[in-house]
Design a protein around this ligand. Sequence first.
Ligand code: DX5
Ligand code: ZN
Length: 222
Amino acid sequence: MVSDVRITPSILNADFSQLNSEVAKISQVADLLHLDVMDNVFVPNFTFDFEAASKIVKESALPVDAHLMVADVDKIAVQYAEIGCASVTIHAEATRNIGQTLKNIRAAGSRASLGIKPGTEIDAYEEYVDQLDMFLIMTVEPGFGGQKFMENMMSKVKRTRQIIGDRPIWLQVDGGVSMSTIEFALEAGADTFVVGSAVFNDPDPAAMVQKLRKHAHEYLGY
Ligand code: DX5
Ligand code: ZN
């Protein structure tokens, strides 16, 4: 059962030329800052190299939830943990050694998280459950903000919730989450919500974060 919800705004749709002021808009109300790192290899888009990402992590008023959409992620994932990210997500499709990398992320002091793309099934990764602090189920093909929420991923979210059982592991969904889709993910058992365009395209990003949280709490009967 979901006991609390986290809203983790993604800055992918924020104005990169003034990131600090964009982050400041939501830093009083969001739980973590979701940082989408893309390398133009694992996904057909590029956002930040390690140096630029490190600067954001260092300056962020919020703990950072790094979502690494990069090929051959094992070595760099540990570096993201070492610079102080609160959580580091590696993609199952991009790692050569899941178990060891998850262990290294935790050893460097971050929460260890495993993400899967829409075409990847969850069952093959059940064996790593005790090495994880979060699962990320993509609800769009990774690469771009502003895409449509894939409701047909909800059976995978439900299955992941079953795998988690009563462990205190977060279950995050990413892609297309908004006031009109968050309920599907809540119903399926997600408790951690990446929201990009719905927050940063809103005239009042902080109010939108609060509206999403309130809506989720009401849905859960708080
Ligand atoms: C997509 C990214 C997402 C994206 C979410 O590859 O991982 O975090 O920014 O943006 P929205 O909420 O607009 O789908
Ligand atoms: Zn993301």
